[in-house]
Design a protein around this ligand. Sequence first.
Ligand code: EPU
Length: 410
Amino acid sequence: MTGTIRASGAKNAALPALAASLLASEPVELTRVPAVRDIRTMRHLLDHLGVRSEERGEALVLHPDGEPADGEAPYELVKTMRASVLSLGPLLARRGHARVSLPGGCSIGVRPIDQHLAGLAALGADVRLEGGYVEATGRLVGGRFRFEMPTVTGTENVLMAAVLADGVSVLENCAREPEVADLARLLVRMGARIEGVGGETLTVEGVSELGGARHEIIPDRIEGGTYLVGAALTGGDVILEGAEPADLAPLLEKLADAGARVEPGERRVRVRAGGGLISQDVETSPHPGFPTDLQAQFMALMTQARGVATLSETVFENRFQHVPELVRLGAAIEVKGHVAQVHGPTPLSGSPVMATDLRASACLVLAALAAEGESVVHRIYHLDRGYEDMEGKLQHLGASVERVSGPEPG
Ligand code: EPU
């Protein structure tokens, strides 16, 4: 893979930004919203909840003035996308009532939302579980809440509730992912009062109303990181433009340690293959640790590195579903609990493989590009949830890749 590409806007920053429009009394204009299926699903949900959205040039404009169909986030929408739960905090804060389906299980683990619910209860909400739905009601008042673990969407949900609560809230042990900070910056633009943005304690002084705002979504560090891993894996040279190197630091350090030549610059990063790859151990952890969303792609890289790489997944319990598929391509990987050991390098040869979730799909596409011969990656609709025009970007980088069936509708 060789050439220059531009990072898309971050899916996981755009999703809460769209949900934040539920809090506004005037239009919210977002730029750099990626054209991916999860965003379409969120727009569909917001439409249902009374927020109309339209594309205007480069921007997505959200109008929070419509009549909600029934004011609840139904199971049919939540089951296809867990991030629908991000409607809970804003609905409750703005309307005093929210009814949102429980997300249920998902392929990378159980993923409960107990911390979202406990945080809202700490702000005075009456939270009940009934018939597979969360029902939350009440007038919110400022409170103190400490998350048991740093949860990304949990922090976002409780933050979106606190901005309209009566009084001051102190949220501790918040997730420090750049996407959480991006949401906080949008909320501040809408009139919210938040201190500690980017840190683990957020102090929020509630306001009675939030207005509109214009906001550009941050670059997608996971999407960009995927192509940079691809550069190192395929002996290539990729310049990623419109990126934020600081947000990519945990990956860039590992790529450099593995032998790739890494050149961070102003809003850009270049990664070139070096003399040969050396195995690196990785343990995923909340930001600023190594992101779980890049673990699968890094594992594809480690199949071509010399030595034994120990990859520990500490964030999600079931995020090694790409392993049997990598083994089909020729990798030598053993899994024990949440630890995978990759013995490399092993030659990869093309074969049919099956994608199981978004990041596993990206890992398999990268591995297939490094393999000798043709591979067919099935169920790539998972990819369409979070990668904007992946085959276009890969083709631009010189990869031989084509989509042989249409995208999933939705
Ligand atoms: N957790 C709980 N209780 C809660 C919330 C979380 O036990 O109330 C646990 C989870 O089960 C997990 C850990 O805490 O073990 C961290 O989960 P987190 O809540 O941070 O994950 P999330 O908010 O559901 C977001 C991203 C994921 C990303 C994770 C971790 C969005 C929309 N999703 O999920 O992105 O993997 O943070 O960084 O922001 C992806 O894009 O492929 C993706 C899965």
